[in-house]
Design a binder for this molecule. Structure first.
Ligand SMILES: NC(=O)c1ccc[n+]([C@@H]2O[C@H](COP(=O)([O-])OP(=O)(O)OC[C@H]3O[C@@H](n4cnc5c(N)ncnc54)[C@H](OP(=O)(O)O)[C@@H]3O)[C@@H](O)[C@H]2O)c1
Length: 219
């Protein structure tokens, strides 16, 4: 596996496609993992050319060929996905969880109760010991990420299961122009980050905007 080959599982979605394009802009080789690689290939062709290569693959192929795997699928699909591909992750891979267990119903939005404490800990509990887990890209809004001409201009909180996971995830965040990584500590902080996404959704609704996001002052 080439150093820093990035798989974006669910890279055809709103959050994944913006991340994939912006990481490729930094020159990284990016693989879009899709349940329908043909559809992903068509999506890639419609995207503006980037410095790095972007290719389409199945989930299995994308995970097996990457040392950084970004999980950008709906939260409620993770359990099945990780049980199916648990043995596919390469040793030493960094798994980056971007999922937020939001439940939209009847005009309201809330966070699902996750027994492990957060989506990121739910992911960690389903991965083999030979991979590291981090959580980030949870508060940067998809709409903004996808309009690759727009500046992001915000901070991105990073937490992880080890100092190594956080360092690697922060390096990934730094590759995306306009994002400043903030080390938020252990993976147990992921729940607080997921609550911030819920808050951003609320702020967007209240103020009739789309791109509420965060910056930490004093750091
Ligand atoms: N939207 C945001 O602003 C935002 C912000 C922060 C975090 N997130 C998180 O990012 C993750 C993806 O969100 P999104 O807004 O990008 O969602 P999305 O547009 O629906 O994309 C999700 C992707 O996941 C894949 N997928 C796998 N199983 C699926 C299923 N059963 N139903 C639907 N899609 C499935 C699909 O890719 P294939 O069909 O190609 O496999 C799809 O393109 C979520 O966990 C969300 O909480 C989103």
């Amino acid at each position: 596996v080439q150093e820093q080959t990035i798989a974006v599982v669910g890279g055809t979605g709103q959050q994944g496609s913006g991340l994939a394009q912006r990481l490729a802009r930094a020159g990284a080789p990016v693989t879009i993992g899709s349940r329908e690689p043909g559809r992903a290939g068509a999506a890639i062709e419609a995207w503006p050319a980037q410095a790095g290569t972007i290719r389409a693959a199945s989930y299995r192929e994308a995970i097996a060929s990457a040392n950084v795997v970004i999980l950008a699928v709906p939260f409620n699909t993770l359990s099945d996905l990780l049980s199916q591909y648990r043995d596919t992750f390469v040793s030493g891979a960094l798994v980056v969880d971007v999922t937020v267990p939001l439940i939209f119903s009847g005009g309201t939005v809330r966070l699902a109760e996750v027994p492990e404490g957060s989506a990121a800990e739910h992911v960690k509990a389903r991965l083999p010991d030979h991979v590291r887990t981090a959580a980030t890209f949870k508060t940067v809004p998809a709409r903004l990420l996808n309009d690759t001409a727009l500046p992001l201009d915000c901070d991105e909180l990073v937490c992880g299961d080890s100092a190594e996971a956080r360092e690697r995830a922060m390096a990934l965040v730094r590759m995306v122009e306009g994002l400043r990584p903030i080390d938020a500590g252990p993976l147990s902080r992921a729940g607080a980050i997921e609550h911030l996404t819920l808050l951003a959704v609320g702020l967007n609704r209240l103020h009739k905007i789309h791109d509420a996001r965060f910056r930490v002052v004093g750091l």
